[in-house]
Design a protein around this ligand. Sequence first.
Ligand SMILES: [Ca+2]
Ligand SMILES: [Ca+2]
Ligand SMILES: [Ca+2]
Length: 330
Amino acid sequence: MSRLTSLLLSYVYCTTCALGLALTGCAADDEGDDTSGVFTAPANPQPTSASNGSQSAGATTEDPETTGDGDGDGDGDGDGDGDGDGDGDGDEPLCDNGFLDPDEECDQTNYGGETCETLGFFGGALSCDPESCTFDTSQCVSAVCGNDAVEEGEACDGADLAGESCQTQGFAGGALACDDACALVLDACANDYVEDFEDGVFSQGWSVGGSAPWSVTNNQAHGGSYGAGSGPIGDDAVSQVEITLNFVASGSVSFWRRVSSEQNYDYLRVYIDNVQKGEWSGDSSWGLATYPVTAGTHTIRWRYEKDGSFSQYSDTAWIDDFVATNALLP
Ligand SMILES: [Ca+2]
Ligand SMILES: [Ca+2]
Ligand SMILES: [Ca+2]
């Protein structure tokens, strides 16, 4: 448009000039024409604006882009990069701003939902290190297995069994223990081993020996119908029966015994691990015998032992209702 205007004006000017030249002479009429509106028009800023317009038009069609790029890049990218990168690169402004930014465990009181508990502690107050934006767990309380105090997640801790015992665990007795992981150990809990011989035969674990073996008999019984009695033996002979048990905890063995023998010569004797614990002779009624035992494996052996001469009464020994606490067959 402006070029067209310029051409048009130039055409008008040249036409006027030519006309002027034709009429009066163009050189003489230049100044005179300046005063005329005809010449003022071309001398007016229009051509200048037209020429400027042609440049500025080019500039305005191109400049908005360059201006747009400049502004856009400058403002947009500049701000974006500047703020974004500036914030992103500058960790210090990010930490302690209360917002959980990447690579931060926490920021001020913003813990991202974590607590001492979620971090594996028993409890306590979680805090945030304002310098590093990492968790400060110094005020978290740990459940320590090994501090002899039962805490959450622990069934026991050392000697602290939380009031539990073998009995509360359903056993007749024994020693409840606690392992290094603060879990209850029932290995030393056990029910009593009881033998009343009412099956009419020796059950598993009992073994007999000597000149004549013991046997389960219904001739004599402390409880029920059956007891165990020594076999028929002669002078200087022995009849024995024994059982070996694993005592998971210290406890005791007890049994009822009766002997009918030559008094002070022919004896019922009981041994625990080959150590004599008791002896009886004469014609006695049923009596209870009880002996303590330590934890571990022990062999209880009964022997009817005769001396070198004479026999008296039934010449027999009996036992019944044997109870071993905290004991299991090995
Ligand atoms: Ca503990
Ligand atoms: Ca019996
Ligand atoms: Ca004798």
